[in-house]
Structure formats: C-alpha cells, structure tokens
Design a protein around this ligand. Structure first.
Ligand SMILES: Cc1cc2nc3c(=O)[nH]c(=O)nc-3n(C[C@H](O)[C@H](O)[C@H](O)COP(=O)(O)O)c2cc1C
Length: 207
C-alpha cells in the first residue's frame, strides 16, 4: 500500500500495457471500488454503477466495443465499465434511511429533503440528468484511479469505446443508464509516458 498522496497523485500515468499474469481478486476490486465511492455526489444520490469485466469470456465480449483500446482490454487484470443511473431518485431512499439509522440525519430532515430532491430529479430532462450523473460518476472514477495506485496498480481512463455496443452487451437500456468511461486496471508492464499540463497561469483567473 502506498499512502504518499503526492506520489499517488503526481506519479499517475495512463498505462496501456499490463502484466497479463497479474490477477486482482474480486475482494480487492470491491475494496477499491468501495474506497472510490467515498466520492461526493449531487444530493448524495450516488448514481454510479460499475461492471467489472475480469473473465476471459467477459473480455472477449467487450473487445469489439473498445475501438483502438484493445491492448488495455487484452492485458489488464480488469476492465471496469463505469455507468451512471439515469433514475437515481428511484433507489436513493435507502441511502437517506441509512443516514437516519446511523444517526447522521434526523428523520424529520430526511422526510423534508428526500421528497424535495426526488421532485427536483423528476423534473430533469434526460440531457440534464446525464450531465448531473456523469459528473458524480466521473468523480468516483477519478478516485478509483488514485485508489488503484495506492493499492499498487496502474489504470487508464478510456473514452474511446462504443457506448451503445457496451450497453447492449450488458443488456442495459439507454433510457436507464449511460456509460461514463472504461477504466483498465492492472500491474503496469510498460510504464506510461509522462505528459505535460498547461501552465496554471493560463487556466486560472481570479475575480
Ligand atoms: C475521459 C478520458 C478518456 C480517455 N480516453 C482514452 C482512450 O480512449 N484511450 C487511451 O489510450 N487513453 C485515453 N485517455 C487517457 C488520456 O489520453 C490521458 O489521460 C492524457 O493523455 C494524460 O496522460 P496521463 O493520464 O498519463 O496523465 C482518456 C482520458 C480521459 C480522462
């Protein structure tokens, strides 16, 4: 385990080639996703969903949909499909109930807030909903990439894939879920190339 935050943050590189012999246990994958989902989310609705593709059969099914990202698919320990629920309000009440149960929120507050937030989410257009839930799931995705490094693994965020193909492959309707990204994860076999960033003074203004 690496607990050096600066090293985790600044040493992350997109890794495309992994050691095929390294398997990550389902328990460790669950642990990493659990840690990653400590991410904040809009009204704490946590719309993220993850499909871990870590069997030969699953990888084979995913392969035709990953366009130019086949090397990551073929060599990683797992390809994680990050999805977002387009109706998170339908299953969010149990989150609020859990907060009440744990004493983090009073029942009165829950009974005031939850219907209010549900009404707000019910009023979103599909476009607005996609925007909201993609932000939430992207925050968890970023955390997952950093958590992976703390566990000694490398990742690559992948946007180059056929979203509709992936949803079909998973048997999910595009009215219920949207894809956010794929994340390949494994032990690096070839280090990622360093990359440059814009000068901070070119991207920041103070008002
Ligand atoms: C949303 C998103 C989509 C990306 N899609 C791909 C991709 O399809 N294939 C790929 O090899 N890298 C992909 N990348 C990785 C970027 O190319 C990489 O993050 C960028 O060049 C900076 O390099 P670094 O991650 O090593 O710092 C993606 C990154 C993000 C955040």
């Amino acid at each position: 385990m690496n607990n050096d935050f600066k090293d985790i943050l600044l040493g992350r590189r997109s890794v495309k080639v992994y050691d095929k012999n390294v398997k990550i246990s389902n328990e460790e994958l669950l642990k990493m996703i659990e840690e990653a989902t400590s991410a904040p989310s809009s009204v704490n609705f946590q719309p993220w969903k993850f499909v871990v593709v870590n069997t030969e059969e699953g990888k084979k099914k995913l392969r035709p949909h990953v366009t130019f990202n086949t090397e990551q698919n073929d060599t990683s320990s797992a390809m994680i499909v990050v999805l977002a629920d387009l109706k998170p309000q339908k299953s969010a009440e149990k989150i609020y109930d859990k907060a009440v149960e744990k004493g983090y929120m009073s029942k009165e507050v829950k009974e005031k807030l939850f219907p209010m937030y549900t009404k707000m989410y019910d009023s979103f257009s599909k476009k607005q909903m996609i925007e909201v839930v993609k932000i939430d799931a992207s925050l968890a995705s970023m955390q997952l990439m950093l958590v992976a490094r703390s566990h000694g693994y490398a990742t690559n965020a992948i946007g180059g894939f056929d979203s509709e193909g992936v949803l079909n492959m998973l048997g999910l309707s595009k009215n219920e879920y949207c894809t956010v990204m794929l994340i390949s994860i494994g032990k690096a076999a070839k280090e990622g190339r360093p990359s440059v960033r814009r000068d901070v003074r070119d991207i920041v203004t103070f008002l």
